[in-house]
Write a protein that binds this ligand. Structure first.
Ligand SMILES: [Zn+2]
Length: 57
């Protein structure tokens, strides 16, 4: 019963774990509906770089 990598990042706003796909560049928090840009420190270590879109106004 091998476990595949469970890739996830933590929402900066609500701290919910957001599951993501390998090599994806964007992830959206299902609770906040905020889209984040994802950077990859290594193939199995994702990191939130910041919001994909800066809030306007
Ligand atoms: Zn959130």
């Amino acid at each position: 019963m091998g476990e595949k990598s469970r890739l996830a990042v933590r929402c900066c706003n609500c701290f919910l774990r957001i599951p993501i796909q390998p090599k994806t560049e964007r992830a959206t928090c299902p609770r906040c509906n905020i889209e984040y840009r994802i950077a990859w420190v290594s193939p199995d270590q994702p990191l939130i770089r910041g919001p994909a879109k800066w809030p306007e106004g």
